[in-house]
Design a protein around this ligand. Sequence first.
Ligand code: SF4
Length: 485
Amino acid sequence: MTIATGPSPKPSTRPPGAESKFHHDAAIKAADDAHRTTVRRNIDTYNVAVDTGKARFSDWEAARRRCQQIKWEAVNHLDRYLVEFEENIKRRGGHVFWAASSEEARNYVLELAAARGVKTVVKSKSMVTEEVHLNPALEARGIQVWETDLGEYIVQLRDEPPYHILTPAMHLSHAQILQLFREKIPGDIEGESHEELVAAARRALRRAFFSAEMGISGANFLVADAGMVAISTNEGNGRLCTSVPPIHVVFAGIEKIIPRLQDLATLWPVLTTAGTGQFLTTYGTLIGGPRTAEEIDGPREFHLILLDNGRSRLLADIEQREVLHCIRCGACLNACPVYRNIGGHAYGTTYMGPIGSVLTPHLRGLDEYQHLSFASSLCGACSEVCPVRIDLAHHLLHNRRNAVDRTPRPWRERLAMRLWRWAMLDGRRFRMAGTLGRMALLTLYGAGAQQTKMDPLHAWTEAREAPPLAPVSFHDRWRRSHGKH
Ligand code: SF4
């Protein structure tokens, strides 16, 4: 990491809003035991399923490496594969729109909806539509939007954004969902069991599927050589959204491209195993355009929006380009000790957890979102679980370095870092610093300073108990047992 010891950093135009809100919301969530219990229970259930799923692979690590290669090839040849994909879609009568920004993507859909007289839209799960804030824009034009993924439907009823990129209602208990349904869809509730709640949502959503004029979906992969959009779902809502309404619109980030249909044979099971522990989801759908003359169902119009929104900038950054390899499985969120404690909403971003902390400063600006890079213990659990082997911990460090380069740090922090560097570069200095630090802490704690404002570790010990200082330092114990070195 680069410490700001050189020329004065460029002045930052950094607004304080996102950072202070993050710290405020994170502190509240971290102290909410009921919330943490629900989230941990759900993640622990997920972990068991994923471990079982990985055991189905004869060599999980080899599968990860293959996925990494596929995504590397795709991202490093985006120009070629995206054009190949576009030509295939157009050949079958589909429309492809290249959106440079969220605004362009939203406007395309709004104009299409206005031109076709759309009053109702059904959506299957799509984080990209969250990224461009599509629902509020449609609703502002008087269009009713139905999220049809069960988790998305639940958070939409609560007027909340998704809590997790794969399991949007992970933070809610059965009792909370029952209460919500009683308030929001009372006529449809016939019982209290999980099955009855699912049935109630199904009845409400069925009506929407058959009245909507437009279906909107995301895409898990865009297959270049076949010109196909690949979608994984478990509830069948994806197929209904993409085949019942007369117009189907797909939202996809440009990084979703993969070169060949055969790549799905590895990517699909790896995505679903890392995401939910399933070898494959219940429904795997491939869509290549509007209904043909021989087909009896399917949309009459097919539109695909390829969203850039900052991704080309990331592509141009050789150090961090591999962040575009992400297949949005959500595994890094579940592995992250910070996410497990503060949850998804505290981040205040579309993409949360480690991938969100890495990606958001690129999509929404480093000035406003640099604090996310520091919301990590750098334990590396995210890098270990990532099925496409993105070294997320490393990218968090890159973002920190870039943040430090851009934003003047407090003089105390700069001084502390200089001293730390000075001590770490020499064994004798390191030992001397350790001895002085121990002596200072023992003196202060002997005078009763522990967990008071006098404690130099006060910020850390405010919310937790510091372990007592060991009577003998690790270095001294090592020297005694292994001899002088
Ligand atoms: S960074 Fe890796 S683990 Fe995290 S969501 Fe993306 S693919 Fe999954």
